[in-house]
Design a protein around this ligand. Structure first.
Ligand code: ATP
Length: 393
């Protein structure tokens, strides 16, 4: 992915916020860099995970999520910076001494061993007393509600059940921090959604810090206390789901989390609107850094865009005329794809019960209020991050 050299990226990375206490389970990455040859997989990254917090690392393929996780786990060493777990630097400390466990997308269960033997395996290696092993295996199976499957072989379990066993195996050592690398990626959608809920409940019950890697924004939004949106080895925004969705810090975040319609153009002189080939798009917000006449873009989410056959009567709304080129029924919502001129299409989405029935090919009006519009400097590369092309019918 090519990336525009924005001034934001050129600024030195901040140190992690060190205002909290280093309780058991805190994870601090302090200006961490990881190089593979010339490639900076992780670039001067700082992050503080509080004890008992659920943090997701979210971003497109190759942005450095897994490398960051593997450095916390101890499978990779940083080239610069420090990593502290529960207040102590873990540089040079091997993975098995870090009080951290990792759950991977591939469950990697031993097929010839029973569920209980799989979970007990690590403790046999460390010569844990047999009575303690039995107690801990039962305890961790109870955590994932799988005690009755203790004697089965992994091949006699469904994908979701195998993933629960992988989770139990990671929890059996009672780690202070659990690292999860796309652990639900191999499951079908319904099972994934069930497991998301279960994971969140389990995490708040156990109070263990979770660092969860995903490229699935829905997964990150639904489970996390905070989400770190990553781009090219750096964190572009770190905030709770409401903030990254409702107040994205950049066009990149706006494009990656949820869907977004972008209108490129130039900032108006009073810096609260973008002059585009499709009219002036007004916002109640103002540009921070962009001055009048500079390349800029306005963004509005599809769920804020209304659609009708007639021009909207209300004064002050943003409105554009276009041709309806596709309508998709998404269950709870109807989605409309509208072509504006030759070079831009936008998406409107309305709740199904109130969605207007409009003929494909007809002229329509899309409208939205200025308070739903965010303004950003123009950053073409941002859209490579997550804009999803929609199916049309
Ligand atoms: P994905 O979602 O595809 O797993 P990611 O965000 O987890 O991606 P990383 O796996 O951390 O990304 O990779 C970050 C960058 O480092 C990529 O450019 C990748 O090609 C590179 N990289 C990762 N591991 C290695 C390695 N062992 N050797 C060389 N380059 C690597």
């Amino acid at each position: 992915m090519t990336v525009a050299d924005t001034s934001e990226q050129a600024a030195p990375a901040p140190r992690p916020d060190e205002s909290g206490t280093d309780a058991t389970g805190t994870v601090v990455l302090d200006r961490v860099t990881k190089l593979y040859g010339q490639n900076k997989a992780v670039d001067d990254l700082s992050l503080r995970v509080e004890a008992g917090e659920f943090i997701s690392l979210l971003g497109p393929s190759g942005c450095g999520k897994t490398t960051t996780l593997r450095m916390i786990a101890g499978f990779e060493q940083p080239d610069a910076g420090d990593i502290r777990i529960s207040g102590a630097s873990v540089l040079g400390v091997p993975p098995y001494k870090r009080h951290v466990n990792t759950v991977f997308q591939a469950y990697a269960l031993f097929p010839h061993m029973s569920v209980a033997e799989n979970i007990a395996y690590g403790m046999h290696q460390t010569k844990t007393p047999k009575s303690e092993i039995r107690e801990r295996v039962v305890e961790s199976l109870d955590m994932v509600q799988m005690r009755r499957f203790a004697d089965r072989k992994p091949t006699q379990l469904s994908g979701g059940q195998q993933q629960r066993i992988a989770l139990a195996r990671a929890l059996v050592n009672r780690p202070s921090v659990l690292l999860l690398d796309e652990p639900l990626g191999a499951l079908d959608r319904q099972l994934r959604e069930e497991m998301q809920l279960e994971l969140k409940i389990l995490q708040s019950k156990l109070g263990i810090s979770f660092v969860f890697v995903t490229h699935d924004q829905g997964e990150a939004l639904s489970m996390s206390d905070r989400i770190a949106i990553m781009r090219d080895g750096r964190i572009e925004q770190l905030a709770d789901a409401d903030t990254v969705y409702g107040a994205p810090a950049s066009a990149y975040v706006a494009a990656f989390v949820g869907q977004q319609n972008f209108f490129p153009g130039t900032a108006t002189a009073d810096a609260d609107a973008v002059d585009t080939p499709h009219g002036v798009i007004r916002s109640t917000r103002s540009f921070d850094t962009v001055t009048g006449g500079a390349a800029a873009q306005a963004a509005v989410r599809p769920e804020f865009v209304s659609i009708s056959a007639e021009a909207p009567a209300s004064p002050g709304v943003n409105a554009v005329e276009g041709r309806l080129i596709g309508v998709s029924h998404l269950g709870e919502t109807m989605q409309y794809l509208v072509q504006l001129g030759d070079d831009l299409s936008i998406i409107a989405r309305r709740p199904s019960p109130e969605a207007p029935r409009l003929a494909t090919g007809s002229t329509v009006w899309c409208s939205w209020t200025p308070d739903s519009v965010h303004l950003f400097p123009l950053d073409e590369a941002a859209h490579a991050g997550g804009h999803v092309e929609l199916p049309t019918t």
